[in-house]
Ligand binder design. Sequence first.
Ligand SMILES: C[S@@+](CC[C@H](N)C(=O)[O-])C[C@H]1O[C@@H](n2cnc3c(N)ncnc32)[C@H](O)[C@@H]1O
Length: 220
Amino acid sequence: MKLKQLESFLGDLQQFSNPKVELEQYPTGPHIASRMLYTAENSFGDVSNKVVADFGCGCGTLGVAAALLGAEHVIGLDIDPQSLEIASLNAEDLELDMNFVHCDVKNLGWRGQIVDTVVMNPPFGTRKKGADMDFLAVALKVASQAVYSLHKSSTRDHVRKAALRNFNASSAEVLCELRYDVQQLYKFHKKKEVDIAVDLWRFVPQKDKLGGIIADESLR
Ligand SMILES: C[S@@+](CC[C@H](N)C(=O)[O-])C[C@H]1O[C@@H](n2cnc3c(N)ncnc32)[C@H](O)[C@@H]1O
């Protein structure tokens, strides 16, 4: 599928009707989401024929993009059941076979070879400090191949250190810096559009000598 076609499909998806500020619910726009998944597929081969998990999937944009790019299986996870309903309708409208799991990503116990690639636009941690790092820690335990994630550019050094030192990533690379337009969703946003610089990251989880991922501190 061409990039423009992917962007156009994503632009038609239903988004949060009543976003919950405490969960930092803002959608990834079609421009960024299409480029994120297109890069994952075309530069690294991390999507087609892979099992992809969309952490904090919201209305499903990133997972839908993965499914449209030929992922073998896509699982969307979110703590908010209303978002999962919308995500499920979005998948149905496009006749995509996706699974959705209602859970707190922080408590996810999956380890090992179930998921190849995690894609996510986690809460930036502005409402609940450290939420972005909680997502990243779990994503690096769950993914066997790669994690694609958006983080505020202002946190770049912190994210790199945490990924490499605390979460055992074998590499942490900023693929590009993007301007993230959050339309005026919440009352406390004074400007019509809120423009934030965000980094698109690619992290690679560390593998042990037998090719499995190192999932648990106690196994090291
Ligand atoms: C910034 S939004 C991104 C939504 C969607 N992935 C997208 O790209 O449009 C963050 C999402 O994370 C979800 N979320 C927040 N905390 C969570 C948690 N602890 N476990 C699972 N999902 C969570 C929110 O409900 C929201 O849908």
